[in-house]
Design a protein. Structure first.
Length: 457
RNA sequence: GUGGAUGUAGCUCAGCAGGUUAGAGCAUCAGAUUGUGGUUCUGAGGGUCGUGGGUUCGAGUCCCAUCUUCCACCCCA
């Protein structure tokens, strides 16, 4: 058989031990903070029924869902006409019924409805698992990546929104990443659309508002015209697009402009309340009302949140919002949820770029015992057992290889201590302990050796 | 899905306007050094030049297709 070139699918990655260590650091940080806020873990399968997934993320989202081909002789079951028709849109439903999950929010909504009698509302859960998107890979964009989701369902209170802002602040402060949190409210966007008389063009309007900073007023207006808005509506939208100033000022102007729109005013009121609640426990990071923030996931109905790293050019590293009726689709109406999702892989990339991972991170073993031969090895093994009883990771080099090789092994694996024991140590009942960083070496009995290593940072 | 760039050793890259046997640094392995790593010195292994076609006496080099990676758009973590 011909030798095949090793490789993995586009947009997926392997992880070396050091990379896992970095990712674990992120997972442990978010997990710790989620738990500090009373969230409980759940897991859901990698694959879901397509009926669960489709139609929840908009047209674009449906296209990006990985579909799983049915097992068995699926081809024979397809209707002849469809098989011959070569129409992908009609053929795929007949040959696929499962897909890889696209995010953790929709499977969670499904989960909540399915186990509604076994969970207690408000239900606070977190979930750290990979998701898959058939996107074209780019910097910070992968086809397989981890999301760390936290959500509350069954509570309308805006205290939840404020808590998530708090969580974001705590996570990124703990990781050492400077961030800015941008918030907006879908109701405000809906109010704007209503105000200019094109409620049904909400998506087009938000897309245009979103591009304001990038392409400017002229081009935005041109695009709006193309998308079917009237000149009159565009003129009415202008003061919104040109809105500048502090959050308070923006809200002031908006509440005047949107005074005839009930939803619009509701949105403004919600933002004000969230800001008010958060003022009791001020954030360390920047927080800003960004009217251009739209977010594509079309299940959001209230607050929308997005986080960007200040010192690195990268897409958003965390995002989320409130969805009022996601569980309704699965048969549980009137249950509102809010949540956010941390993009672990992008956070990893940001930390890597800013060199934020701690120095000793890659050291898995703390101690290596050098193997000089059978007698010496047997002398060291009980010491290793004792170290492990003290919770210290340690290992014996498996073969009596050359000293240089064993030392190199310790060095490459960032093992901070090496234990050496030959004839002279054995005859005295001691061990030589070498500190690999300083190069210092001393002969000690087992107890003091354990003490030194235990107290090593 | 649209547009652009890229691909030579495990990694980073040389390779003149097509012309002998495709190079370097780093990494790996071995030795210098039989109880002391990170520095040094010596040597070795490792390449279907992304893949498949084409042009040519001759292609790593030119042309086409395809794939990968990267960048922008779209969208998003």
């Amino acid at each position: 058989m011909a030798i095949q070139k090793p490789g993995i699918p586009k947009g997926t990655r392997d992880f070396l031990p050091l990379e896992i260590a970095g990712r674990e650091l992120i997972f442990n940080t978010v997990r710790r903070i989620f738990q500090l806020h009373g969230f409980k873990p759940i897991e859901t399968p990698a694959m879901e029924n397509l009926s669960t997934l489709l139609g929840k993320y908009g047209e674009e989202g449906d296209r990006l869902i990985f579909r799983i081909l049915n097992s068995g002789d699926f081809a024979s079951k397809v209707e002849e006409e469809i098989w011959q028709g070569r129409d992908t849109g009609r053929l795929t439903p007949q040959i696929t019924e499962k897909g890889l999950r696209y995010d953790l929010t929709v499977p969670f909504a499904r989960f909540v409805v399915q186990y509604q009698n076994e969970i207690t509302f408000p239900f606070k859960r977190y979930q750290i698992q990979p998701v898959w998107r058939a996107d074209r890979p780019q910097k910070g964009r992968y086809r397989e990546f981890f999301q760390c989701d936290v959500d509350v369902v069954g509570s309308d209170s805006l205290v939840n929104e404020a808590e998530f802002l708090q969580i974001i602040d705590e996570v990124f402060a703990s990781l050492g990443i400077k961030v800015i949190i941008k918030v907006n409210n879908r109701k405000i966007l809906a109010g704007i659309a209503q105000y200019i008389g094109f409620e049904e063009k909400l998506t087009d309007i938000t897309v245009a508002i979103d591009k304001m900073e990038k392409i400017g007023l002229e081009k935005v207006n041109g695009e709006l015209l193309e998308r079917g808005l009237s000149l009159e509506a565009i003129e009415k939208l202008k003061p919104v697009l040109l809105l500048r100033g502090s959050d308070k000022e923006k809200l002031g102007v908006l509440s005047e402009l949107l005074k005839s729109s009930e939803v619009g005013l509701k949105g403004i009121e919600e933002i004000r309340e969230v800001f008010d609640i958060i003022s009791n426990t001020p954030l360390g990071c920047a927080l800003e009302l960004d009217l251009t923030l739209a977010r594509g996931l079309n299940y959001y109905t209230g607050a929308i949140i997005e986080v960007k790293a200040c010192e690195v050019s990268m897409g958003s590293i965390c995002g989320g919002g409130r969805y009022d009726d996601l569980t309704g689709i699965f048969g549980l109406p009137g249950t509102s949820g809010v949540g956010i999702s941390f993009g672990a892989d992008r956070i990893y990339d940001v930390m890597k770029e800013l060199d934020l991972f701690p120095e000793g991170m890659g050291s898995f073993s703390k101690v290596l015992a050098v193997n000089f031969g059978e007698r010496e090895r047997n002398y060291c093994l009980p010491l290793l057992q004792k170290l492990r009883l003290h919770g210290i990771s340690c290992e014996m080099y498996p073969e009596p290889a050359k000293m240089k090789k064993q030392m190199q092994y310790a060095d490459k694996n960032r093992i901070p201590f090496v234990v050496l024991a030959g004839d002279s140590e054995i005859s005295q009942g001691l061990y030589s302990l070498k500190n690999m960083k300083s190069g210092e070496q001393q002969q000690l009995p087992a107890e003091s050796l354990i003490k030194i290593i235990t107290h090593h940072p």
